[in-house]
Design a protein around this ligand. Structure first.
Ligand code: ATP
Length: 222
């Protein structure tokens, strides 16, 4: 059974707003918070609750019961002081999971230091994704797991066609794991060692970025 979690999104700009929309569309409980009345009004019909509040005010966050939420997203970018202070208060209140949007690397460093569980860099991540798509038509999507590790969705081409995972041996050769194979709309999330990879299959791979680069250069068509 899919247990519903309680989410709060602080800051309803494009980033926070789209998180709020998507969670609401999925039927999740979402508390939307912004200090700007117009933004809150915009999300009143979408979120479970929408409130006008300044998230740097600890008393307000306490009175909203944020400590009981499963996951709070701090989607304030421009005002770094407000973003870091909000994150700090949330962690001090004992919120289990806080995801914060970072404006730049320094901002990210501070957010991690004060306890953000996850830091998102939407502009940078989208830039990397687009660059990967531009330079290699074999790379479909990309998710950064840490500074040095990623998950990537790639298309297997001629170089891998007809070989089993044992033949390919990418873990030993490149340090990369193939965690799932999609073929003709079906996804196999625990491929067996004797599974054959065919031209056009979509592979989900995980590994260190430099290992993934070596894998891409040697095993993908372009
Ligand atoms: P985006 O890049 O996601 O579109 P933006 O450019 O609108 O965001 P940001 O500065 O990142 O601007 O702010 C996002 C939202 O966060 C704004 O709607 C702003 O009113 C809200 N916000 C900023 N500071 C606070 C705060 N202390 N408390 C609550 N909301 C805040």
């Amino acid at each position: 059974m899919n247990v519903k979690k309680q989410y709060a999104v602080i800051g309803l700009g494009r980033f926070g707003g789209s998180i709020c929309w998507t969670l609401s569309e999925q039927g999740q409980e979402v508390l939307a918070i912004d200090m700007d009345e117009d933004r809150v009004n915009e999300y009143t019909p979408i979120a479970t609750h929408a409130v006008i509040a300044d998230s740097t005010d600890e008393t307000v966050l306490k009175s909203l019961g944020l400590r009981n939420f499963d996951h709070v997203i701090v989607a304030i970018g421009d005002n770094i002081q407000a973003s870091t202070l909000t994150t700090l208060i949330l962690k001090e209140l004992g919120v289990e999971k806080v995801t914060a949007k970072a404006q730049n690397d320094y901002h990210e460093k501070v957010l991690r230091k004060i306890g953000a569980d996850q830091v998102s860099h939407p502009e940078r991540d989208m830039g990397t994704r687009i660059a990967n798509n531009i330079t290699s038509s074999s790379v479909l999507d990309y998710l950064e797991l840490s500074d040095q590790h990623s998950i990537m969705e790639v298309i297997a081409g001629q170089k891998m066609d007809g070989q089993t995972l044992i033949d390919l041996d990418v873990r030993a050769k490149f340090g990369v794991n193939i965690v799932a194979i999609k073929e003709e709309g079906n996804i196999n999330v625990s491929p067996r060692a004797d599974q054959t990879v065919n031209d056009g299959d979509i592979l989900i791979i995980i590994g260190a970025d430099n290992d993934i680069d070596r894998f891409k250069n040697h095993m993908l068509d372009n």
